[in-house]
Design a protein around this ligand. Structure first.
Ligand SMILES: [Zn+2]
Length: 263
């Protein structure tokens, strides 16, 4: 029995002498691991198509242990991402999230569309200075957290539910998931020990960024609070993902080496 799925390769690893496992995030089946026989042999045609940042149509044969790769056709090729180290880092960040933080075989049309949209946007990016690059990376990750239900809740105080429009001295608490008003912070100092005061502009930015189109991550109006936003976003990301993701480290190194070469 065979079936056809549409998806992208998010990871791969060698298996035995000539085989390889591909982890594919697909529209129809979510994350799925596919065994490709003989793909490490010289000039394997199948392997040549199984590159990351390409939307693929894959025919799989259902084996006893693993679905096996039967044939593959390229659909959309996000080639620029593969060819530019910075863009590659951003794309890899999204793949890594899917690889590590999403369960197997849990299809999600919205998440799949988000991934393809993000690839399309990433490949149009101009050269970014290092702080903006860090911001884009953490904002994309946060958008992804919002999509799976772990984003900051900033419409109302997480404790007393007072609407954000009525919160005059806003704070943000990562451990309780979003906005908390000054009154609640004072009343429950212990519970909200991690709360930090933010300006209404920062609150507005956090609310806006969660659902704003990708292009808005480049707007200059965010410049004065960019560093703070990176900080808050990263706190949320680390709190929810709990695991050490390798990609942020990779990006940090990239940023550091850019700094070294520019000084
Ligand atoms: Zn409150």
């Amino acid at each position: 029995m065979t079936s056809i799925i549409t998806g992208v390769v998010i990871a791969s690893r060698d298996h035995k002498e000539t085989d390889r496992f591909y982890t594919v995030y697909s529209r129809e089946r979510g994350k799925i691991r596919i065994l490709a026989k003989g793909t490490r042999k010289f000039k394997s045609k199948l392997a040549a198509h199984m590159t990351p940042f390409t939307e693929l149509q894959i025919m799989i044969a259902h084996g006893k242990m693993w679905p096996k790769l039967a044939s593959v056709e390229r659909q959309i090729d996000f080639r620029c991402i593969r060819e530019d180290l910075t863009l590659y880092g951003l794309g890899l960040g999204l793949n890594e999230l899917l690889y590590r933080a999403i369960g197997d075989q849990e299809p999600d049309d919205k998440l799949y569309d988000f991934l393809i949209d993000a690839y399309s946007w990433i490949q149009t990016l101009p050269e970014l200075e290092s702080q903006r690059l860090q911001f884009v990376h953490s904002a994309l990750t946060l958008k992804w957290l919002v999509m799976i239900g772990f984003g900051p809740h900033c419409d109302a105080c997480v404790s007393c539910h007072k609407a954000h429009t009525e919160v005059s001295d806003p704070h943000v608490t990562v451990s309780h998931g979003g906005l908390v008003c000054h009154v609640c912070v004072v009343e429950r100092r212990l519970q909200f020990a991690d709360a930090r005061r933010i300006s209404s502009e920062t609150l507005a930015a956090l609310r806006f960024l969660a659902t704003a189109p990708f292009e808005s991550l480049l707007t200059e109006e965010l410049d004065p609070i960019l560093e703070l936003l990176i900080d808050i976003q990263d706190e949320f990301i680390h709190y929810h993902l709990e695991r050490d993701l390798r990609v942020p480290v990779f990006l940090d190194q990239l940023v550091a080496s850019n700094r070294e070469t520019s000084t």
